[in-house]
Design a protein around this ligand. Sequence first.
Ligand code: SAM
Length: 275
Amino acid sequence: MADPADLPPLREVIAKYGLNAEKSLGQNFLLDLNLTGRIARCAGQLEGETVIEIGPGPGGLTRAILAAGARKLIAIEKDRRCLPALADIAEAYPGRLEIVNDDALAIDETALFEGRAKIIANLPYNVATPLLIKWLAGRERFSSLTLMFQKEVADRITAQPRTKAYGRLSVLCQWLCDTRREFDISPRAFTPPPKVTSTVVTLRPRETPLYPADPAVLEKVVAAAFGQRRKMLRASLKPLGKPPEDMLEKAGITPTRRAEELSVKEFCALARGYE
Ligand code: SAM
């Protein structure tokens, strides 16, 4: 099979290789090529780019990324059953698709390419947040991350202060990245349908974080503040072991305010006040 146009429809691929969805692997496949094309386009220009895809499964999004012109696509899939279907795609796009049979949580994907890459993935929901945290730590190697999450996680990533979804993940992601909600996808678009709506988000790592702060201190302060999000900061920051009033005063923040009212800028000031 040498031509992408000869690749069979994804339903046939699933039947041919017996890819019954495995719940423990978060397998909800996207078979609509319009949707997979739309997700790939959210990552911007792919011509000449290296792309990492996590969990290609039967390869719907994989095909869209290659059709969009990615120079090199490294696809990391844990489920061995998917490998023959992916090998067919590799054959149709000679030299452009590298398939890695490994666990995305364990692997150091930055060792697989030089320079910077884009990540594009319909993530397995059970490991989506730990994967995002891992990529944020190594963000200088990624120019963008276009990721599909459960809507509730996407809400947390992009949430603004004074909303229910605003929390640790919002502060961390927005401090380090420009975050953009792309679009929602109904459960009906997947095979089998998940229980919840999905949302595509694009994160673009910033050259430098939005405001100065030590990452470990910021994480500690944000965790303490949101650990008791309904309490006033003068109480919720007590577990940090330093008088909350001192750091709040240094940061110019009224002690009666609550975690969910603070902007990313104010959290960074608080982290500097703690130091
Ligand atoms: N990309 C395909 C699509 O859009 O139809 C499949 C997406 S499905 C939501 C998640 C995929 O991630 C599955 O193929 C699953 O086998 C794979 N997967 C689950 N856990 C993984 C892990 N720890 N490392 C790598 N792949 C994983």
